[in-house]
Design a protein around this ligand. Sequence first.
Ligand code: 8YV
Length: 321
Amino acid sequence: MSKKPVILVTRRLSDEVQQRLSNDYEPIFNSDDHVFSKSELIEKCQNVDGVLPCHSEVFSSDVIAALPARLKVIANHSVGVDHVDLVAAKDKGIIVTNTPDVLSDATAEIAILCMLAAARRGSEGDRMMRAGAWDFWSPAFMVGVQVTGKRFGIIGMGRVGQVTAERARGFGMEVHYHNRRRLDKVEEKGAIFHDSVDGLLGHADVLSLHCPVTPDTSGFMTTEKFDLLPDSAIFVNTARGALVDEEALVAALRSGKLFAAGLDVYRDEPGGNPELAALDNVFMLPHIGSATRDTRIAMGFRAIDNLDAVFAGHEPKDRVA
Ligand code: 8YV
């Protein structure tokens, strides 16, 4: 019987996923779930045929250059692949895959949670109650923004963007979007297309980011972009912190240009941004967009499906390089 491929599994995954890996591969698990340093990542990859990482492991060009010839595949447990230098991987003949589709519902739920909590001052109210500081009520107290009938602007109308649009429609919102390609009429479901980011921004009472980080989109939400939004807009980011100039975001929240923000992602993770954390009008979560039991299992299984294809000599379904 031929030997099972050896797979480095960089983080703790759900029991079902680890069991399937144990059945079909020779996995190397990270028993205390610590984040590998760059040198540890390189060292642990030396005697493996594949690696199943999360977005917490950065495969920069120098890490990829140090990977052994036997390593065939980086089967990511994430839809985002900005932590992998895809050009370097491709040049070295390493297959890279991701896990699209399976996390769209969970991430859309978090985007809507961020929108509603920002609009209705969820973070402020929660902190007040926990501090035992609720000592006053009046009709003028804690008045927020109602999203019903407002315009929901999406940048990046891929799978997560489309599911989030569907949820926003459930709140009676009018969906506007910008995407590299215009969707066809059936996919659009009445959403209004804008052929530039700047064209969209003036129509977004709520702006929600759902695009990947690329050299073109990195840091694209600058002061100039926030200024194009309607006054008192709400900003939602469940995609990647690197899309945003966080100093510009802090300034827009302080000045009142933005009514509030709902954020799941930050430039620095883990940790976040203390300047954002100091603001009352920000609702913040620690990058848990896809963190549901069902979705974690589905993501792990999707990554294993990709490994299975590669080791069976087939083209994996979710190849990105
Ligand atoms: C995950 C994500 O939390 O898929 C992504 O791109 O950012 C998140 O869904 C993470 O990558 C899990 O490995």
